[in-house]
Design a binder for this molecule. Structure first.
Ligand code: HEM
Length: 432
């Protein structure tokens, strides 16, 4: 189906004329940095062509403007739950399947002000440093078990043999699951991510909605089970959570699990894949990290800055205002682009270089900023800093198997990931 779009007139960026393009076309998304760089230098906020499935009117691309938007939630709302629920589309077939599951209410991600503070406070215990410490041994075990599973073959499908398993194991561990459902968790997370992006053919969107319905049934069973047999896990915490006599409603508990399914998995999965590809392509860096493991933390931050796996998030203008010299009216839908801000030369010297020694590489915006800063960022970093040393300690002469790999980016409005990554290597011995 051809989508109706607004007429191609000149857009604005800080008052400069700028071509009104369909930023979410496959061509631009495959390689967005030229466009983002131009938009940064001509003001840092650019109007783009909208369509029924991509209603975003402006991209915010300069570091200082992105930061301003994120730090001023009283001016820029996160209440874009309708986009997450429908991907901005209205397909009767998809909606019929959606209607069979529980209603999707705002989660912590899409709540504003006091509602957001309440939800965030109620779930924050689940991300306490003590809980993360308790998980680290189990994660280390998963990492080595996965490597044991393929190491003798001298080759692997990195995404499916390894990267998929670590975030889903971390989430399963948080939820007190035994790991048997990790494969399903991965499939559900992928379906939810695709739906957020609002892309793909109708048949794919129908299949994704069916998968999401299965995920919803699973969540209902899980909550019911924990209600009967509470334990030391996130779902039991959510059922117990109290704030001034207030509790999370049933739908809010589902919304929290729902957002964690995708927030905790696809993000770390994509980061791991980019990290591994980079290490395969730069053997000297691999050697350096092997010799000096504390550098892995700076490497992880530079991967997050350079590849920016969550490329952007939505915000809605709450009152008529001006941003970067552009007048925006109440209700305007923006996307702040972390990928553009992370390569802003006003913030990062030589931003196109991958440099683990840059002074400020932890100042990237890949985990956002302000009240919605990623609540799972410590867990994500923990997973990555456990996985990377183990992989480079145990796999030598790493190469990309070019015939089997597809290193192109998966087209998505907000997320960035590789399509497939197959590797060959020489098995090394386990150092630990
Ligand atoms: C490399 C991995 C990750 C990246 C790049 C990432 C990125 C982000 C970003 C950019 C946001 C902010 C959205 C906004 O400002 O509107 C966010 C929020 C969030 N993330 Fe992450 N995330 C990662 C891993 C995780 C993990 C492991 C978890 C949980 C186990 C998690 C749970 C959440 C939740 C619940 C929110 C909503 C917080 C709020 O709105 O208050 N994320 N994440």
């Amino acid at each position: 189906m051809t989508e109706a779009s607004t007429p191609a007139i000149a857009g604005t960026s800080g008052g400069e004329p700028f071509p009104l393009v369909d930023f979410f076309s496959a061509d631009i998304l495959a390689s967005p940095h030229d466009f983002l760089q131009k938009s940064r230098t001509s003001g840092g906020i650019v109007e783009i062509r909208t369509s029924p499935s991509q209603r975003i009117q402006y991209l915010v691309t300069r570091y200082d403007l992105v930061k301003h938007v994120l730090l001023n939630p009283q001016l820029f709302s996160s209440n874009y739950q309708d986009i997450l629920t429908s991907g901005g589309r209205a397909d009767p077939e998809v909606e019929e399947i959606r209607a069979q599951g529980f209603e999707e209410v705002s989660s912590v991600l899409t709540a504003d002000d006091a509602d957001h503070r309440r939800l965030r406070t109620l779930i924050s215990d689940a991300f306490s440093p003590a809980r993360l410490r308790a998980m680290s041994e189990a994660l280390e075990q998963v990492v080595h078990d996965r490597i044991d599973g393929f190491i003798e073959q001298g080759r692997c499908d990195f995404m499916h043999d390894f990267a998929d398993w670590l975030p889903s194991a971390a989430l399963a561990s948080m939820m007190g699951l035994d790991g048997k459902r990790n494969g399903e968790i991965q499939a559900w997370a992928l379906a939810i991510t695709r739906r957020f992006g609002g892309m793909g053919e109708l048949s794919q969107r129908v299949a994704d909605e069916r998968a999401i319905l299965d995920a919803k049934r699973f969540m209902e069973e899980l909550v019911e089970d924990r209600r009967r047999r509470p334990g030391d896990d996130l779902v039991s915490d959510l059922l117990r959570a109290r704030l001034d006599g207030d509790r999370l409603s049933e739908l809010e508990i589902y919304a929290t699990i729902f957002i964690l399914l995708v927030g905790a998995t696809e993000t770390t999965f994509n980061t791991l894949n980019f990290a591994m590809l980079h290490l395969v392509e730069y053997p000297e860096l691999r050697d350096r990290l092997r010799q000096d493991p504390p550098l892995v933390s700076a490497f992880v931050d530079e991967v997050l800055r350079y590849y920016t796996p969550v490329a952007g998030v939505w915000r809605i203008v709450r009152e008529d205002l001006e941003l970067g010299g552009v007048s925006l009216s109440k209700g305007t839908l923006l996307m702040v682009r972390f990928d553009a801000a992370n390569r802003d030369p006003a913030q990062f010297e030589q931003p196109e270089d991958f440099d683990i020694f840059r002074k400020n590489n932890s100042r990237h915006l890949s985990f956002s900023l302000g009240p919605h800063t990623c609540i799972g960022f410590r867990l994500a970093k923990q997973e990555l800093t456990i996985a990377i040393p183990a992989l480079i300690d145990r796999l030598y002469d790493l190469k990309v198997d070019r015939e089997r790999s597809d290193l192109s980016l998966v087209p998505a409005a907000h997320a960035r990931g590789l399509t497939s990554l197959h590797l060959t290597f020489t098995p090394g011995s386990r150092l630990k």
